[in-house]
Ligand binder design. Structure first.
Ligand SMILES: [Zn+2]
Ligand SMILES: [Zn+2]
Length: 374
């Protein structure tokens, strides 16, 4: 993720400032940077930045999560939860893939030289692995169709060399064409020796002089822990053999990671949503949550709001480049039961008579009504 500026810093506030302070700072800065009236440089970008900071801090739940985890709390944006992948995720992965493979265009070049041995073409192989395999690493056997050098003649098509009888060693065939305008001479590459001037003395019986062997090659690929969708592994010299004894191209294994039914991943961090009941949210509880390494526990304090995020440190995935292990973020979702038993209904009705929320809301409406009187 690109590094983003701290929301409080953007608004010119100190960390943990109140929502009222956030609103005041936003009003002031929005006026200052509004693209229609501002004379500042990059007013539009600054305005957007201020707006985003305001949106992240003016909502009590978002602010609470931001105060605890900073921008990491935004990993839940676009969360698919238990529903799995959709088309947009896939498109994103595809873009990611082609960004990572920026130099892929060069991969199949190199086979167009003139004469002499040429390095063979590279091969691309797409490999699907599970979320857990990507997290912990794995070893996979893959089978690829591959051109290898003939084992008998080592790619040369036979033994020894002698002068080509067709072109007499000249590498080219000359043709004279007589026309009413004179005689034209055309020169073409000798098809017998393909421009080398020599041919093998004893043609290899195994490959009939072609020098190559088409095989289905089995290869064990070691997938490192922490690999992500769109990453690729390069296996040097595991591509196709070149012509006339030329070297081997490379094999590129492009990895695609399957969606997980519980976790979503963003770099080294993983995200999950866990439902809790209304009474658990009110009274507080301890719940078991799934992690990549068995069960974990989180303590839900009494009065927890829906959307609150908890962190399980070091329960994420190892970052391939830094070696840091990510964290797991669990967002609790307070569920409203769709059906209740008779006993539950009686209890909830009793609760409704005592409902402090209703009183709070009544007070809220009264405050608003007062405002409009002025
Ligand atoms: Zn051969
Ligand atoms: Zn020839």
């Amino acid at each position: 993720m690109p590094t983003k500026r701290d929301y409080y810093e953007i608004l010119g506030l100190s960390k943990g400032a109140s929502i009222d302070e956030v609103k005041r700072a936003y009003k002031k800065l929005a006026k200052k940077y509004h693209p229609d009236i501002s004379k500042e440089d990059n007013a539009e970008d600054k305005f957007k930045e201020v707006l985003e900071a305001y949106q992240g801090l003016s909502d009590p739940q978002k602010k609470a999560n931001y105060d605890r985890f900073g921008h990491a709390a935004e990993g839940f944006q676009g969360f698919q939860g238990f529903r799995g992948a959709n088309a947009r995720d896939f498109e994103f992965d595809m873009n990611d893939l082609f960004n990572n493979l920026g130099s892929f265009g060069d991969m199949f070049r190199g086979a167009f030289g003139q004469g002499g041995p040429r390095t063979g073409a590279s091969i691309r192989h797409d490999l699907n692995i599970s979320f857990e395999e990507a997290a912990f690493g794995t070893e996979k056997e893959i089978t690829i169709p591959r051109i290898e050098k003939c084992g008998k003649c080592d790619g040369f098509g036979g033994e020894g060399s002698k002068r080509c009888t067709r072109c007499n060693g000249a590498r080219v065939i000359r043709r004279e064409q007589r026309t009413p305008f004179g005689t034209f001479v055309t020169q073409t590459q000798c098809p017998e020796c393909k421009g080398k001037g020599t041919v093998v003395e004893k043609v290899c019986k195994k490959c009939s002089g072609k020098g190559i062997d088409r095989v289905k090659k089995k290869i064990n690929v070691k997938i490192p822990a922490g690999i992500d969708s769109g990453n690729h592994l390069r296996l040097a010299k595991m591509g196709n053999a070149g012509k006339d004894g030329g070297g081997y191209g490379d094999l590129y294994v492009v990895v695609f990671v399957d969606e997980h039914e519980v976790f979503k991943r963003d770099g080294a961090d993983i995200y999950a949503e866990i439902p809790i009941s209304f009474s658990e949210a009110v009274l507080g509880t301890k719940i078991d949550v799934p992690t990549l390494r068995g069960e974990g526990t989180i303590k839900i304090p009494g009065g927890t709001q829906t959307g609150t995020i908890f962190r399980l440190k070091d329960k994420g995935i190892k970052d391939l480049s830094t070696g840091r292990t990510g964290d797991e973020y669990v967002k609790v979702i307070v569920q409203v039961p769709k059906k209740v038993s008779k006993k539950e209904r009686d209890l909830i009705e009793g609760l409704a008579e005592e409902d402090s929320l209703k009183k709070e809301r009544k007070g809220f409406f009264e405050r608003i009504a007062k405002k409009f009187k002025h």
